[in-house]
Design a protein around this ligand. Structure first.
Ligand code: CMP
Length: 142
């Protein structure tokens, strides 16, 4: 089925000028960017987005990192988009990510792992809505 998923290019990858290289991975995989913008998250925005991790020991470091510089947020659309996106991202820890995946090629550590992708259709709906209004989504007819 055609799905939507949510993507973040994190501060490390933006700082390394890897936005275009990562967008190329999405498009090569058949994922269409239907909304996109650069944002610099406030602490409150980062805490809200990652609320499910608030009790984890890495939460403070995660929020500090995600507010350390601008990020790119995207909505991607395509066949089986949630899993297709996670496949090309590779494992959360770049040390475990398969060769040729985004995290293997662009990330240095589990804390600074270049990109985020929704883990389910339900999370994707919440995450897309966290950043984009309905009017900002531009579904493709061709
Ligand atoms: P992300 O997909 O953005 O979701 C939460 C982030 O927390 C994750 O990617 C990692 O960058 C970061 N993180 C740090 N330590 C861990 C951990 N032990 N398990 C999962 N995520 C972690």
């Amino acid at each position: 089925a055609i799905e939507r998923t949510f993507s973040i290019i994190k501060p490390d990858a933006v700082a390394k000028n890897n936005i275009g290289a990562i967008y190329n991975r999405f498009e090569t995989a058949g994922l269409k960017i239907i909304a996109s913008k650069m944002v610099h998250l406030s602490k409150e925005q980062a805490e809200g987005f990652y609320a499910e991790h608030s009790e984890r020991p890495f939460f403070g470091a995660l929020v500090a990192f995600m507010t350390s510089g601008p990020i790119m947020v995207q909505t991607l659309e395509g066949e089986n988009a949630v899993l297709a996106h996670r496949d090309i991202l590779g494992a959360t820890n770049p040390a475990d990510a398969a060769p040729g995946t985004i995290r293997a090629d662009f990330a240095e550590s589990i804390d600074e792992n270049a990109a985020h992708g929704s883990d389910s259709v339900a999370s994707a709906e919440r995450e897309v809505a966290y950043f984009f209004s309905a009017e900002e989504l531009c579904p493709r007819t061709r």
